[in-house]
Design a protein around this ligand. Structure first.
Ligand SMILES: C[S@@+](CC[C@H](N)C(=O)[O-])C[C@H]1O[C@@H](n2cnc3c(N)ncnc32)[C@H](O)[C@@H]1O
Length: 234
């Protein structure tokens, strides 16, 4: 099913960055998430997991050029990674993008070093529920002790869950979009359980409420996300 993401990027030729997540967290707001959750500016390294076409790293590099010395980005989709590599800010001395399926053991074997910060934004919701814990365990292997994961994803009872039409539900809190990609909705308790099962500590974890303006339907949709900061113990 993850292959559907490849098709989504093929259809859009990398131009429509990510059909869902850019509307819920505009690109020029997403790096605020990093500076808000991880305010220290330093010579540390960042890995954006499930980077799509780099909606977090490039705005971050533009607005906070010194926030990280080294930036890694990975995605399951080759098209997305090719797009990242063609971006004008893709400087191979500072940025390294690579294909990886985070559900697989050894997904990060090619990473040259462990990282200080991982961002995981609207990615776990794209993973099959049976593989979410394995994905977090894999991500944990590429974090330095004391390193953090900055997380945001769809919450249970978010408006998009409520608006799914009958026939799209696959399982509890798991739905199929029109384009064939899946989306999973989380509770704070579920994320806490998975994070702790992966041997990570929860530093912050809460629901975040915001609004998405739907110009076509001329409505403001109330949105609910789960946001958190998790730490790998020293
Ligand atoms: C909803 S998009 C979010 C993209 C980006 N983080 C953003 O916020 O714009 C989910 C991303 O996860 C990627 N993805 C899905 N399954 C994956 C897997 N098993 N391993 C790595 N990336 C995956 C998809 O290719 C897609 O780019």
């Amino acid at each position: 099913m993850t292959e559907k993401w490849v098709i989504v990027y093929e259809h859009h030729d990398g131009i429509l960055i990510c059909p869902t997540s850019t509307t819920v967290l505009p690109v020029h707001q997403r790096h605020n998430l990093v500076t808000f959750l991880f305010p220290a500016k330093c010579d540390r390294s960042l890995l954006e997991v499930g980077c799509g076409v780099g909606n977090l790293i490039f705005p971050l590099m533009e607005d906070e050029p010194n926030a990280f010395q080294k930036i890694y980005a990975c995605d399951f989709s080759k098209n997305a990674i090719d797009f990242v590599k063609q971006h004008p800010l893709y400087d191979t001395s500072r940025v390294e993008a690579f294909e990886a399926d985070i559900t697989l053991t050894g997904a990060f074997n090619t990473l040259s070093d462990k990282v200080d910060v991982v961002t995981l934004i609207f990615v776990l919701s794209a993973i099959h529920p049976d593989k979410v814990l394995a994905s977090l365990l894999n991500i944990s292997t590429c974090l330095k002790p004391g390193g953090v994961i900055l997380f945001r994803d769809y919450a249970v009872n978010d408006m998009t869950q409520i608006r799914f039409k009958p026939g799209h539900k696959i399982d509890q809190h798991l739905y199929m979009r029109q384009d064939g990609t899946r989306t999973l909705f989380f509770t704070v308790d579920k994320i806490k359980e998975i994070v702790q099962s992966a041997g990570l500590s929860v530093i912050d974890l809460c629901y975040v409420h915001s609004k998405t303006v739907n110009k076509r339907e001329d409505i403001d949709l109330p949105r609910t996300f789960v946001q958190g900061k998790f730490c790998k113990n020293v």
